[in-house]
Design a protein around this ligand. Sequence first.
Ligand code: PMP
Length: 425
Amino acid sequence: MNRNEDLFSRAQQSIPGGVNSPVRAFGSVGGTPRFFSRGAGPRVWDVEDRSYLDYVGSWGPLIVGHAHPEVVRAVQDAAARGLSFGAPTEAEVELAEELLRLLPSLEMVRLVSSGTEATMSAIRLARGHTGRDALIKFEGCYHGHSDSLLVKAGSGMLTFGNPSSSGVPADLARHTLVLDYNDPQQLRDAFARHGEQIACVIIEPVAGNMNLIRPTPEFLQTLRELCTQYGSVLIFDEVMTGFRVGLASAQGLFGITPDLSTFGKVIGGGMPLGAFGGRREIMQKIAPLGPVYQAGTLSGNPLSVAAGLAQLKLIQAPGFYDRLTAATQRLCAGLTTAAQENRVAFCAQSVGGMFGIYFRDRIPGNYAAVMECDKTAFNRFFHAMLEDGHYLAPSAFEAGFVSAAHTEADIDATIAAARKIFAQR
Ligand code: PMP
């Protein structure tokens, strides 16, 4: 047994499935997860000291690469001054001000410790604000693991849903309506039927939890108009897309102003941090100003805030997103060409620094289309790339991430590895 296998069997004795978050277990691709011991720039090293070019980046946060010296120094400096106070600090105010400055839709923001907390709190706030209970989400979007969001579509898309996890009360799931992504007519029908009950619509403005799905302009525009018309709160879940698809995030990229937005990942620089914010009139309903309760012992933690501020500074360097976008496009174009040369059914696309690869002929537009990808082909590709030192997300249905630390040479090395693997099929 090698050290990864050793650690994985040991982990399974004390931790359910050996992991602290399910997708890490390689359940969908099979095999033994790599236990990582360190990272630097675009690379990670496992406990056997094998190195990999990393296209997961801790599932999105590490947009400047692993252990960026300025982020590490900011955390070390903050740690030396105290790990947590449970009282306000100046750096929290700075981070809040920075987020407000970068995103015009944010008039006030509250910091939390994870993306799940951000979306859960935003939904409670939307319900408190509107006095309504129902919410709309889209099939294939993930918004963290709070009860109202672990819901699958009911029988027929216009009926309220059923829990998709054991332990979620059916009573709660019946307030969640699950619709198809990129189907404006279905949205119109849902509002026509249930509009007066709908507290909010929550959406990943580029979906990254069913591989990568781009929204059509008509879909987003319809969503904005219906929410305004019916007084429902439009929540953009930008936990993944925030500062990942561009400095203005998805809302800036598509020119749609949500009422509330949620963030995580990039804004924390790799430390536990999330945020939700938006219109002042709504945000003022949060405790201690208003009746909607929300709190956290470690919210706005000084180390997380320091990492976030340091990373937010780095991403504002001139040309940062142009280079990141170009590198990600280079990867997608290179992989597509390599596949075509070898007649592999494959396509790829990117938005800013996130990308999707699909083992199918055409780019998918919703969950059902993504499910038609050849999962077996992906799993084979994943393992061959892993063996060759390229770490992709261990699932055919997750987006991938490039960091500013990936050089053209790194990207080209990954394309060359893929070409070799496609040729061997
Ligand atoms: N929303 C989206 C869009 C996400 O991608 C995720 C996590 N992948 C979450 C919410 C939940 O964030 P966290 O894992 O930090 O709780």
